[in-house]
Design a protein around this ligand. Structure first.
Ligand SMILES: *Cc1c(COP(=O)(O)O)cnc(C)c1O
Length: 365
């Protein structure tokens, strides 16, 4: 197809963007292969579905669909404030936490600036950085995780943002709270640290650290959370971030006024109170992760120990194995886009889903 001439004038940094590759939707595989019983372990979604409290909050909502949402998200922010003991003006809400990562880039980055992130870290950091014409400084990993020393050393005078995912996706690696805090203390005050904790709810009590208390020490810290993973609300698109009120106010200048939907706000507010669902989610994940680990060990497959609701496992040919699994109705995530062509990332599912994945995998090995 011919490219309209108006597109010739699109700036180079946008031309060179490689679009984010999402997990394959089940409906697409259904259309392509005519399969019926498909399982998706590709996008780190909650296999238990949404929080029941969130579902309850959505009952009888249809009238509200004709009204704009509260652009200020007062009720959700109030609920977050109570839950995490942090005043309302410390919070910002996003259309998923992706929206917030993008907002950070648009607020702090641009041509002539740079952002630091790790090799094998969440792909959106590089995308958001490049999208605004900034330079991405990708730092070599340390055993698939963040090498904080190297990341600190990579900071240049033009660096404005450091992205840290903890636990990291797609590798599942984890930095303990003390290590993190020591590193934060060495980041120049002019550089924003984005601490992306999309999987923090999956940590066990021994590993959990209080990232919100770090905000009292570090004015340049922004802690990002999401309702997409452990709360089971990926389809509703709600994320949140906490930081210094003045930093938050700058992000708010660029935020779309109604970036979180009516159902998103209601569901997230209710989900936040759903401790029971959260602990069940954690329990199912712990068991499922152990189930996958045991299978990988039995099959002599190399895997990266994970602190999240997914595991990345090495196979001879990731692309071929991915296709083979698809043909059996099992969707996982190939990691070629992360320069890990012999790895697949599998989301921890229910016991039955994990079993089906393991059987399919074993057949193909
Ligand atoms: C899934 C994920 C997110 C964001 O997901 P949203 O659905 O946009 O909230 C952010 N960071 C990491 C590391 C993730 O894996």
């Amino acid at each position: 197809m011919n490219v309209p001439p108006c597109c010739d004038l699109i700036p180079d940094h946008i031309r060179q963007l490689a679009p984010y590759q999402p997990g394959k939707p089940m409906s697409e595989l259904e259309r392509e292969l005519g399969l019926t019983s498909i399982i998706k372990l590709a996008s780190n979604e909650n296999p238990l579905g949404p929080s029941p409290k969130a579902l309850g909050a959505l009952q009888g909502l249809s009238q509200a669909f004709s009204l704009y949402p509260d652009g200020n998200g007062f009720e959700l922010k109030t609920a977050l404030s109570h839950r995490y003991r942090l005043d309302v003006d410390h919070w910002i809400l996003g259309n998923g936490s992706n929206d917030l990562l993008d907002l950070v880039a648009r607020t702090f980055l641009g041509p002539g600036t740079s952002a630091v992130y790790s090799r094998y870290a969440f792909a959106v950091y590089a995308l958001a950085t490049q999208a605004v014409g900034a330079v991405g400084l990708e730092v070599p990993d340390l055993d698939f995780g963040h090498d904080l020393e190297a990341m600190l050393a990579a900071i240049r005078p033009d660096t404005r943002v450091i992205f840290i995912a903890n636990p990291n996706n797609p590798t599942g690696t984890f930095l303990d709270g003390k290590t993190l805090r020591r590193a934060l203390a060495r980041v120049p005050a002019e550089v924003v640290v984005v601490l992306d904790e999309a999987y923090t709810e999956y940590l066990s009590d021994v590993h959990r650290y209080d990232s919100f208390s770090l905000l009292r020490e570090f004015d340049n810290l922004l802690v990002c959370r999401t309702f997409s993973k452990a709360y089971g609300l990926a389809g509703l698109r709600v994320g949140c971030a906490a930081g210094h009120p003045e930093l938050i106010a700058f992000l708010n200048r660029l935020r779309q006024p109604f970036n979180v939907s009516v159902p998103g706000l209601l569901a997230a507010t209710a989900a936040l109170q759903d401790e029971e669902f959260l602990s069940m989610t954690r329990r199912v994940n712990d068991q499922g992760r152990a189930q996958l680990v045991a299978a990988f060990q039995r099959l002599d497959l190399l895997f990266i120990p994970s602190w999240g609701n997914f595991i990345s496992v090495a196979v001879a040919d990731g692309a071929a194995m991915y296709q083979g699994l698809l043909r059996q109705g099992v969707i996982v995530r190939p990691l070629a886009a992360y320069a890990m062509p012999n790895y697949l990332r599998v989301t921890v599912g229910t016991e039955a889903e994990n079993e089906r994945f393991i059987e399919s995998l074993e057949k193909l090995l």
